[in-house]
Ligand binder design. Sequence first.
Ligand code: CA
Length: 229
Amino acid sequence: MKPTLLIVEDEPAILRGLTDLFVFHGYDVDSEMDGAQGLKRAQQNDYACILLDVMLPSMSGFEICEALRQTSATQPIMMLTAKSTEQDIINGLSLGADDYVAKPFSTSELVLRVNALVRRSGWSQHEEKLLLSKDVCVCPHTLTGTSYQQPVKYTRREVSLLSYLLRQNKPVSRDELLHQVWGYKTVGDIDTRTVDIHIAKLRKKIEQDPKSPRHLVTHRGEGYQLYTQ
Ligand code: CA
């Protein structure tokens, strides 16, 4: 699963360059060239990091940042500022940006800084430890965890499945899981059973009573949903 960035930048050449740069470094990239559009997009999605130019049509990067902070304290925000005077930097940081780079910036430095923000953001904490309840926790990096005081080992696929379901926070169909978690292009009848088998195995690991699951719940006709409590 790739982390997704939102880049709000009104200069087409810079936007194109940044998009190529981050796609090359393993990100999915959404972009907007207008300030108000950028804010709207940012509010509608969950981004690993948002990169904001300062001078934008309709709304400045500082204003976007301030508006975003009213609803999310943890959204990672990187300002791309042409102004490198101390006052502008202080403005940006006091309005809630996590970091900034001054144009013209070094692309490798920008990538390093964005990677660092993404790593220490809520998004990656999410990745480091999935807490399904006070009794069930999963560490994606080590593929281990505990479930009702018992140590549990997970497969990489099981962890991907859990992370995906956790991020969707709604019922997800078997077909979607096969596309998104297994990476299958076409899906047949036999394939959807693959999902059910994995779900059954996971329930034995994370549910106190796999026959009446509290976390990994089946919604008839819709798919599976993962609940945390
Ligand atoms: Ca600009």
